[in-house]
Design a protein around this ligand. Sequence first.
Ligand code: 6R9
Length: 651
Amino acid sequence: MGAWIMEETIESKLEEYELINPPEDFVKQANINDPEVYKRAEDNPEKFWEELAEHIDWFEKWKRVLGWEPPHAKWFVGGKLNASYNCIDRHINKRGEKTAILWEGEKGDIRKYTYNELLEATSRFANALKNQGVEKGDIVTIYMPMIPEAVIAMLACARIGAPHSVVFAGFSADALADRINNAESKYVITTDGYYRRGKILEHKNKTDEGISKAETVEKVIVVNHLDNEIEIKPGRDVWWHEIIESADSTCEPEKMDSEDMLFLMYTSGTTGSPKGIVHTTGGYMVGTHVTANWVFDLKEDDIYWCSADVGWITGHSYIVYGPLSNGSTIFMYEGAPDYPDKDRFWEMIEKHKITIFYTAPTAVRAFMKWGSEWPEKHDLSSLRLLGTVGEPINPDPWWWYYKNIGYEKCPIVDTWWQTETGMILITPLPGITPMKPGSPTNPFPGIKASVLDDEGNKIEPGHGGYLAIERPWPSMIRTVYGDEERFINTYWSKWGPDKYMTEDAARLDNDNYFWILGRVDDVINVAGHRLGTMELESALESHPDVVEAAVEGIKDEIKGEAVFGYVILSSGSKEDEKLKQELRDKIVKDIGPIAKPKGIVFTDDLPKTRSGKIMRRILKAITNNKDEGDTSTLQNPEIVDELKRKVKELD
Ligand code: 6R9
């Protein structure tokens, strides 16, 4: 086990003692408040999930709950259903006039879709997609900001059985091109542009640039969001509003097999290019539906806001599929949290009487830094539940969130999960679980999580190890798109094919609560966004002056981690600010603004093993000014002090 894991263990141990019971009034009304549910799930997990699957509408019932040939799972085998039907059609009789999507633009403009309207908009667009040639099984790339059409596009794809691949709008043209090429996607849905901090972002230009590096694209559908002048390529580009005009307003939902792909979501991993995580229909819908209902305690009159972007898994599972399959009203916001001022979120929570708010620890840390005077200007008493996701939340921001936003009456659900897990796996149930600031508490009922050593033995509470999931769950990853070998090697080979390797380190405390210690692979978690060191390094290395580059995560007060680069230049290149700026720009261009390095150090060498492999553990220690531990296996131990000095000089 790496030395850093042990070290983190000691640091985070101090926080263990606090146990906060969920507020009594909350418990009384909670959807789930009987702890017996854990026992019931444990006694017979398959039966437990089978009963929950009844909460989804099926055209044909499954024949078998689970087919498990490790590491391949099939859930609700033989079942037929449609995700868009479950998110829309089945609510029409009971809540057709209820608001499904409540959207606010950065400029303050508001749009609403009732479930009836969402059905019509989705059906029309689904037919328009068909008219453009999209067929069942075609992967459609969605490259859109936070506007209602992004959700409508996802649901329309699901309706006709065309898996979507949503690419975060903040990603670069190159990142878009990689994802289109990997999915061999022929269709792209985009917008002319959108607002961010009052500025127009020319999104269509970026889309065009990405497509110019992609081979497969035949049609591009453009939403007119801003009404600004853009170039339309005849024959390739069509306007959303034009193609829906002639499209029929009813569209029969395709009867999808439980194991048909619902979507692809790219995420960063240890090596090379991003992986296309494949999620299928039946298990994913059951998993997200039930977790949304139990973890967020969704009720008929809730106004639910998950502030994630639809371009991430959190947006898929807990803006779209989970809440809409529950018939909830979801709130969406287009822009930045500090525009026009630092109380924008609180202003909207007050105005729309939002009841549930789910955000990232990085956001909470920023709010805390901005100060409690911002939320104090607003009445946030409509809130009844708060959540976090994406990275560990330290106790300070947890308490700040609990007091200043939740008025000490809202439980906080700290939810641990991943793109690959599809649904929340470790979390409090807000009507049952006493909270501990900084811990996601316990596995969801039916989930078997454990902390293991390299050999797969259970690790005693108090010590760090790898977080493993030892039993299949409905919304689990099915494969890596086009790369079955990578699927097996990454997730199912450390301890054999029946134990899922999360690539997180964790430990248990004496109450059997889980504490997440961070990633063990080469992934940097910047504000809850996973960035692969390999991608970042190849961006730097593609600069003509760079011979070799290494990238590490550096602790950052707001973002949790930020990118820090070490660069070896070719002889004759000048080590100056101008070059540093070029390297920063290169990363922003290749990956996106979130990846912009906090610091760059020029060096002649990197800490390497005798076989020439960069020792990540040591580089991480250097970057974060920690004890580097044993350096005896380095071929060049003297580099450690030299780099430490250079990093310090940057401060
Ligand atoms: C949903 C999502 C997954 C990685 C995961 C872990 C970190 C997520 C967390 C958390 C501590 C939490 N992570 N939730 N760490 N506490 N509550 O974020 O998916 O983008 O795939 O990231 O995020 O390291 O492995 P994804």
